[in-house]
Every structure is written in structure tokens, then in C-alpha cells.
Design a protein around this ligand. Structure first.
Ligand code: NAG
Ligand code: NAG
Ligand code: NAG
Ligand code: NAG
Length: 358
């Protein structure tokens, strides 16, 4: 009797009962200057303003990375750099560059070297039975300039001194000037959809949950908003995506995102079969209300290497398992855009400028 009383008291006290999360890991596919989210904005086939690093669904012709990629293209793709078979979604963000200056190459110039991504993760957080699957082909962006996106970078285990031969000056803050064994970057996506538009030129088809902005305070700068209600204008509540990417042996000094800024953003196109995802959202229940490294939905989804529920794998082991099933590399310079995206003296920029191969 006593035990039952304690259990129900805990149900009342902890709002995470019924909340669920799952973690999926990815290796990057390639860096290329495209952005399917802007297909409507550019009214057609164009290179995007800046280079992106992509993760997820991929086919040998790299059609999933083209500006005109669709839900059908993602679903049909044979390959997937992620560890969940069903998830054919695509995630992308501005590529991170180390800016190498004169000291090391002696020519007085500078060079943009693409930082190696270690691996990335998408966590979905939702309340079982109360979230709707992303509609087929939904595209959305989240931008770190908006505080509600809760973009953070974290140096693990702690910042160390930059020791770059070419100097350690820089004006980064999000991409810090100090070195880290691991730099971990994360951002959250909006959870409310208007129920109509799969994309929009101004991102007005998605919205943050009501009260999420005001839940962010000095003490609680990273509140969980997945459970907050959606506004009447955007009534469909979706799982909250927490997207993480990681750089191992981050050297500090000057680093920039491919748009020249120090502000992170991330993009998403759903490649789920929405019926199948809805089943996961309704049936998986595992008492996690945040981005937990040891919660999966391994009864509902096929992890390509087995996951032990409640067990956090070592990052090095995660990397090894991801490497064991990667699709063949795609040559995006031959298939999509011939321009250099590593080791250049200038960042390739400009929407609809530059050559897109057809
Ligand atoms: C989506 O999944 C459902 C249930 O698994 C299946 O019946 C349906 O055919 C799938 N739809 C597509 C477009 O693959
Ligand atoms: C996208 O564009 C490419 C190149 O023009 C074309 O081959 C492909 O069929 C297009 N894909 C879709 C889904 O329209
Ligand atoms: C449920 C679902 O969508 N399963 C699909 C996952 O992706 C593979 C191909 O990688 C398809 O064969 C499955 O039908
Ligand atoms: C750690 C944990 O509780 N995991 C659970 C998550 O949900 C799945 C499916 O409901 C369970 O099988 C896991 O045990």
C-alpha cells in the first residue's frame, strides 16, 4: 500500500511521467552549398547563400542534397548516414570553418578549413500520445539569433588553452577562441505547425510553443518546451527536435560558420513515413523529458546496431558503430556544385550565384 502511495505521489510531482525521448546518431554526408528549404524562396534551382553540412538520407546521385529535394526523394534514397532505419530525414547546418591565417602558410593570406564533424545526434522529445508526426516533407529552420532556439555551445570537459601555430586571436564566442577536447553545439526546433504549409519563405508555418520564450530566465536558460501548448494559429504539436553536433579536438582561435557569422542555425526536412512515426509517438513511452543519451525507442524502431535501453554508449563506440554501415561517399563537386568547399581563401557566398550542375 505504502509503495503505491509513493508511486502516485511521484506521478503528481513529476511532470515527466508520460514524456519520452529518443536519440538517433548520424555521420555527416558532405558539405555543399544547397538548401532545399529555400527552393520556394529562390523560385527554383539555385545554390544557396552559404555552404551546409548535411546528415541523413543519401542516394548515389546525391539527389537528396539538391535544392529540389522532396519527401519522395528522401524516402526513395537507398542510403542513410543515421542509425535508425526508418528515419530518412535530412538535417543540415552552416559548415564550421577554422580560419587559418598567414603564420602557417606564409603567404599573408588566410584559408578556410572545414572543421571535421565527429558525429551528430537528433533527439526527439514529446509526451506519449500527445504529439503529431511531422507531416510528410515538412521543412523548417531554427536560428540561434532567436533566444527561443536555445542554441548553446559547450566545451567538454572544460576549456583549454589554444595552441595554434598561426595564432589564437578570434572574435568568436559561440565558436570559442579557447580549445576543447570536444566542442558540442546544440539547438532546438519549433514544436508547433500551422497544419497547412510544409514550408514558407519566412518560417511562419511553424511556431514556438506558448510560454516557451517566457520560460527562459536567467536561472532556467534552457527550459523544456516540448510539453507547452501550441498557439491557435499553429495548433499541431510536434515532437521537439534537439539537434547536436560535435567537433573533436577543437583547436580554438578563429572559427566561423559558412555564412561568416558566429551564430548557429539548423534546418530539417522530414523524411519519415508520417504514419510510421505517429506509431512511435503513440506507443513508445520511456520517462525521459530531455535529450537523454540512454533512451531510445528500440521496440518501435530498427536501430542498425543494437541499443541497450538505459545504457549510454561511449562516444567512441557510437562512432565505430556509425562507421560500420555508412553509405558510399558521394562526390558533391562532381554531382552538384564544382566549387571548392574546403581550403579556399574566401567563403563561397551568394544565393543563386555560382554553378549548379544539372
Ligand atoms: C507508411 O507506413 C504505413 C504503416 O507502416 C504503411 O501502411 C504505408 O504504406 C507507408 N506509406 C508509404 C508512403 O510508404
Ligand atoms: C531535381 O533536379 C534534377 C536536376 O535538374 C533533376 O534531375 C531531378 O529530376 C529533379 N528532382 C525532382 C524531384 O524534381
Ligand atoms: C517504416 C519505414 O518507413 N521503413 C522503411 C525504412 O527505410 C527502409 C529503407 O532504408 C525501407 O525499406 C523501409 O520500408
Ligand atoms: C530506458 C527506458 O526506459 N527505455 C524504454 C523506452 O521505451 C521503450 C519502448 O516503450 C522501452 O522498451 C524501453 O525500455
Amino acid at each position: 500500500m505504502k509503495l503505491i502511495a509513493v508511486a502516485s505521489a511521484m506521478c503528481a510531482a513529476f511532470s515527466f511521467v508520460g514524456a519520452t525521448s529518443m536519440k538517433m546518431d548520424f555521420l555527416p554526408i558532405a558539405n555543399v552549398r544547397t538548401d532545399a528549404l529555400l527552393y520556394d524562396t529562390y523560385v527554383g534551382e539555385c545554390l544557396s547563400d552559404h555552404v551546409h553540412t548535411f546528415y541523413g538520407s543519401i542516394d548515389p546521385s546525391a539527389e537528396t542534397l539538391r535544392p529540389n529535394a522532396t519527401h519522395g526523394v528522401l524516402r526513395r534514397a537507398e542510403g542513410n548516414t543515421g542509425n535508425v532505419l526508418e528515419n530518412k530525414s535530412l538535417y543540415w547546418h552552416p559548415t564550421i570553418y577554422k580560419v587559418v591565417t598567414a603564420g602557417s602558410d606564409g603567404n599573408g593570406g588566410r584559408r578556410f578549413e572545414a572543421a571535421d564533424v565527429w558525429f551528430a545526434s537528433a533527439y526527439y522529445v514529446w509526451r506519449t500520445g500527445q504529439a503529431s508526426a511531422f507531416p510528410d516533407g515538412l521543412k523548417m529552420r531554427t536560428h540561434g539569433a532567436d533566444p527561443v532556439a536555445r542554441a548553446t555551445s559547450h566545451c567538454a570537459p572544460e576549456p583549454t588553452a589554444c595552441e595554434r601555430a598561426d595564432g589564437c586571436d578570434g572574435n568568436g564566442d559561440f565558436l570559442p577562441t579557447h580549445a576543447c577536447w570536444e566542442l558540442e553545439i546544440n539547438i532546438k526546433f519549433p514544436t508547433c505547425w500551422d497544419g497547412v504549409h510544409l514550408e514558407s519563405t519566412d518560417e511562419s508555418h511553424v511556431s514556438w510553443a506558448e510560454g516557451c520564450a517566457s520560460a527562459i530566465t536567467e536561472e532556467s536558460w534552457d527550459p523544456e518546451c516540448f510539453d507547452l501548448p501550441c498557439p491557435a494559429s499553429h495548433p499541431v504539436r510536434m515532437p521537439e527536435i534537439h539537434f547536436y553536433t560535435r567537433i573533436l579536438d577543437y583547436q580554438g582561435g578563429q572559427h566561423v560558420f559558412s555564412d561568416g557569422s558566429d551564430t548557429f542555425h539548423a534546418d530539417y526536412m522530414s523524411g519519415w513515413n508520417s504514419t510510421a512515426l505517429q506509431r512511435v509517438l503513440d506507443e513508445c513511452e520511456n520517462e525521459s523529458d530531455t535529450a537523454s543519451p540512454d533512451f531510445f525507442c528500440s521496440e518501435q524502431l530498427k536501430y542498425r546496431t543494437p541499443k541497450v535501453e538505459g545504457e549510454q554508449a561511449e562516444d567512441g563506440d557510437i562512432l565505430e558503430s556509425l562507421r560500420s554501415f555508412q553509405p558510399a561517399a558521394v562526390d558533391v563537386q562532381r554531382l552538384i556544385a564544382p566549387e571548392a568547399v574546403d581550403g579556399m581563401s574566401e567563403l563561397p557566398r551568394g544565393a543563386c550565384k555560382g554553378k549548379l550542375l544539372v
